[in-house]
Design a protein around this ligand. Structure first.
Ligand code: SF4
Length: 366
């Protein structure tokens, strides 16, 4: 009888996707792929990965690049702090370690911006270290195949995974396991008939168990709601986007022009979403029009509805970074100010914008 490792590796040999980072053992290129794959799907990463390596083929070119150039190459992939961390690690290797990458997970973790998972991935895929790699796909497969208790204890899960790694070919084993979780043993559905472990899996064909184990690493969080519920479907509804722009620990606020509706109140830059626009397009346009700035990154912060009596306004606030935050100008406001979080909470916002401060308070634990 073949071992679980052999079964998985045979399946992988016949079914693996041809991904560019699987053709290299260069720690820099592996790191680029691992950082890009954090929170981003493979298909989306592929063109960015190729473009990035065309611009920065090695750690030295990445380390020496201007931060703005780094951001422009990363633009569109999201979470630009990932690119900053990648550059910090490259700088450390190029400037402090004569271009030599550490070859163990522990050594890699000493580089700035590299956490335990990424360090393990680079140690495995670049240096063939027989370490476990537990992402959500891998956790799901083990939780299902071996009937692990849910939610799994993280320490026990990693120990469980460590005992399974094939020491003879850890690179293929770890890749294969992730591939199985991505292609066959999915969060939404499991194709048990095509699974190399169907004969040894306790969750095979068990829909309930498969649902319980869909996202084993996800910690359930209570979602707060703000504003009012939309109860009158006939009442007109408009959408407004707001930019909560931060830089160096401070936030940008604008004072509404005197003479305008709620003039003199502080507010966030933004405005009405126009026909044909989605939030991000509207946000980019508003920030250019009101500040002369360009958005580097925007993540949802809080959304709510406000009832004005004759219409609803649905506000969509994004936490943003700009390419050149120091260059903003008050093109549509009496005044701009950068304020610390505590001062932000003291500002007078129009009543309809109250949920921004409620969410902000929670975000900063003020
Ligand atoms: S048999 Fe089904 S549930 Fe079990 S590991 Fe394979 S795909 Fe997942």
């Amino acid at each position: 009888m073949s071992s679980p490792q052999q079964e998985l590796l045979s399946w992988y040999a016949a079914n693996k996707r041809d991904l560019p980072w699987r053709h290299t053992r260069d720690p820099y290129r592996i790191l680029v792929s691992e950082v890009m794959l954090q929170q981003t799907q493979v298909d989306r990463v592929l063109p960015f990965y190729q473009r990035w390596l065309a611009s920065f083929p090695d750690a030295q070119t990445c380390a020496e690049a201007e931060l703005e150039v780094i951001h422009r190459q990363w633009k569109g992939l999201g979470y630009p702090s990932r690119a900053e961390r990648l550059q910090l690690a490259c700088r450390e290797v190029v400037q402090q370690r004569c271009g030599q990458w550490p070859d163990t997970a522990a050594g890699l973790q000493e580089l700035p911006g590299i956490g335990p998972y990424t360090a393990g991935a680079v140690a495995c895929f670049a240096f063939a270290a027989a370490v476990p790699l537990v992402d959500t796909n891998v956790a799901r497969v083990y939780a299902r195949r071996d009937g692990l208790t849910m939610p799994p204890d993280k320490k026990e899960l990693w120990a469980h995974a460590a005992a399974q790694v094939d020491p003879g070919d850890p690179i293929s084993y770890n890749n294969a396991l992730m591939e199985l979780g991505a292609l066959i043993c999915g969060a939404r559905s499991a194709d048990c008939g095509a699974c190399p472990w169907r004969e040894r899996c306790v969750a095979r064909g068990d829909d309930q168990r498969q649902q319980e184990t869909a996202n084993p690493l996800k910690v359930a969080s209570r979602k707060d709601s703000y504003g009012v519920a939309i109860t009158d479907r006939k009442k007109p509804r408009h959408h407004v986007v707001l930019a909560l722009i931060h830089h160096d620990g401070r936030y940008l606020v604008a004072k509404r022009p005197h003479g305008a509706h709620v003039g003199g109140f502080w507010e966030l830059p933004g405005g009405k979403r126009e026909k044909g626009e989605d939030d991000r397009v509207a946000l980019a346009r508003e920030v250019i029009e009101e500040l002369g700035g360009e958005i580097l990154a925007a993540r949802p912060f809080v959304s709510w509805n406000h009832d004005y009596g004759d219409r609803y306004i649905s506000f969509h606030c994004y936490r943003c970074r700009l390419f050149k935050p120091e260059a903003v100008a008050p093109l549509a406001a009496d005044e701009l100010q950068w304020v610390e979080p505590a001062a932000f909470m003291q500002l007078n916002f129009p009543p309809a914008n109250g949920p921004v401060q409620q969410r902000f308070k929670k975000y900063h634990r003020l």
